[in-house]
Design a binder for this molecule. Structure first.
Ligand code: FES
Ligand code: FE2
Length: 460
């Protein structure tokens, strides 16, 4: 059947070529699943701004949403040895993610069943857990090891003081946990991501960057800053010459999963003059590889900036890793390919590097958030797997540029531009009685996100 290409000739899409039209011209084609996916009509009604600052709403989110959804808590590579553990905090919740003696992974409640003291304060390695308050002790699997005041606790039978567990599952090298014993399986929630990401082997990649940035804005406002690409014209003007921002493709695959595909190496429809391929190539080279635009060689005869950029990315990745990327589509080499998982996780597809986000409330404060930025890179074909980098914690006023060594200067600048907006968004939300007005197509996933929050809260 002949394929209908959507986009430029549709009144509900941006002027300019659609993403499908752009990738249809690629030298090495993208996989079939890059074609436009489902775009259900989710309405256009305004969203109450108080959802972004009301402490009672955050408490509802914690009680009825975050307590029932799958969350990645760490990478498996973060806890390779018996006793290695990570503290995973989410709102008021805290969990110990630990490698047990049998090589498995457990998620244990990080609150002492006696009088509640947090048992483990930071990541590390221990052969057992011990509450610093009155000295209860547990084995790595959460079973009670020693109770110094057992004679005075007749209400606890033998295992009454075992640490409660959350469900644990694995995908892509990540350890996911879920506090709800009746939660649907992780694979079901992530679908179709495991299938689409088979080509990218996230489990086989190593953690080359991990930043946790404190941001003065609600977790949803922060997450939503990374759920659409049309803020490039206002926020990242340096990228307009190489980014198909307005012709981004937005798909809603399921209640949980949506995605946005943004072409790189093409000019934005927001630019009203036609750029030369050389102009596009120069800015693409800087943003993709931190290369000096003047140092980029001349384009081969008849080759577009997009095709050459994908070609040179492929060459560089092959040289760096020793792997063969000749079958990797141009889109897989250079485009922004971002999948979101309700309510707060995101994974970049693609060959070169996979950025991963996690957006959490900062404790119980509805007006600040923690944003994790991870970068996964392919391991070299020969040689040992690189160790995962330690986490770099950035306070409210510390720029992401401090992590430029791990994530690259161009990307760090982009994040700092995003972060710069957010306290002003948060302030403005207090002054918006008509509510937040999402666009119909480009921000449909943001609206769907709120509808899902309401669904979870309503069900409870
Ligand atoms: S609070 Fe932990 S032993 Fe008392
Ligand atoms: Fe941005």
């Amino acid at each position: 059947m002949e394929k209908t290409i959507k986009g430029s000739n549709r009144p509900d899409r941006s002027p300019g070529d659609s993403y499908e039209e752009i990738i249809a011209g690629d030298v090495v084609p993208a996989p079939d699943f890059y074609a436009e996916g489902p775009t259900p009509d989710v309405g256009t009604e305004a969203i109450a701004a108080s959802r972004y600052y009301d402490p009672a709403f955050l408490q509802q989110e914690l009680d009825h949403v975050f307590s029932r959804v799958w969350q990645w808590a760490c990478r498996e590579e973060d806890i390779p040895e018996s006793g290695d553990h990570v503290v995973f905090d989410l709102g008021g919740y805290s969990w110990i993610i630990v490698r047990t003696e049998d090589g498995g992974v457990k998620a244990l409640s990080n609150a002492c069943p006696h009088r509640g003291r947090q048992i483990v304060e930071e990541d590390g390695n221990q052969s057992r857990f011990r509450c610093p308050y009155h000295g209860l002790q547990w084995e790595l699997d959460g079973s009670l090891r020693h109770n110094p005041f057992g004679w005075d606790m007749p209400q606890w039978d033998e295992c009454g003081a075992n640490l409660p567990e959350a469900k644990v599952a694995f995908w892509g090298g990540f350890v996911f946990i879920n506090m709800d014993p009746d939660a649907p399986p992780l694979e079901e929630v992530l679908s179709p991501i495991p299938e689409h990401f088979e080509r990218y082997d996230l489990a086989g990649r190593y953690k080359a960057a991990h930043v946790i940035k404190k941001i003065r804005a609600n977790w949803k406002a922060t997450c939503e800053a990374f759920m659409e690409s049309h803020h490039v014209v206002g926020t990242h003007p340096q990228a307009l010459s190489m980014t198909g921002d307005l012709n981004t493709q937005y798909d809603i695959w399921s209640d949980y999963v949506g995605r946005q595909f943004t072409a790189q190496g093409v000019q934005s429809p927001n630019i009203d003059r036609e750029l030369s391929n050389e102009e596009i190539l120069g800015i693409t080279a800087f943003n993709q590889h931190n290369a000096d635009p003047d140092s980029v060689g001349a384009l081969p005869e008849g080759m577009s900036a997009r095709a050459f950029s994908a070609y040179s990315s492929r060459q560089m990745l092959e040289a760096a890793t020793g792997h063969d990327f000749s079958e990797a589509g141009d889109a897989e080499m250079i485009d922004s390919l971002l999948y979101h998982v309700f309510p707060n996780l995101a994974f970049w597809a693609g060959m070169t590097q996979n950025i991963v986000y996690r957006f959490r409330p900062n404790g119980l404060d509805p007006e600040s958030a923690l944003m994790d930025i991870l970068i996964l890179r392919p391991c070299p074909k020969d040689g040992p797997r690189p160790d995962p980098v330690p986490i770099r914690y950035l306070d409210f006023d510390e720029p992401v540029m401090l992590a430029a060594g791990e994530i690259g200067e161009a990307l760090a600048e982009v994040y700092d531009q995003d972060v710069e907006n957010l306290p002003w968004v948060q302030k403005g939300l207090h002054n918006l009685p008509a509510g937040v007005a999402f666009t119909s197509y480009m921000e449909a996933r943001l609206r769907r996100h709120h509808q899902m929050l309401d669904q979870f809260i309503g069900e409870s």
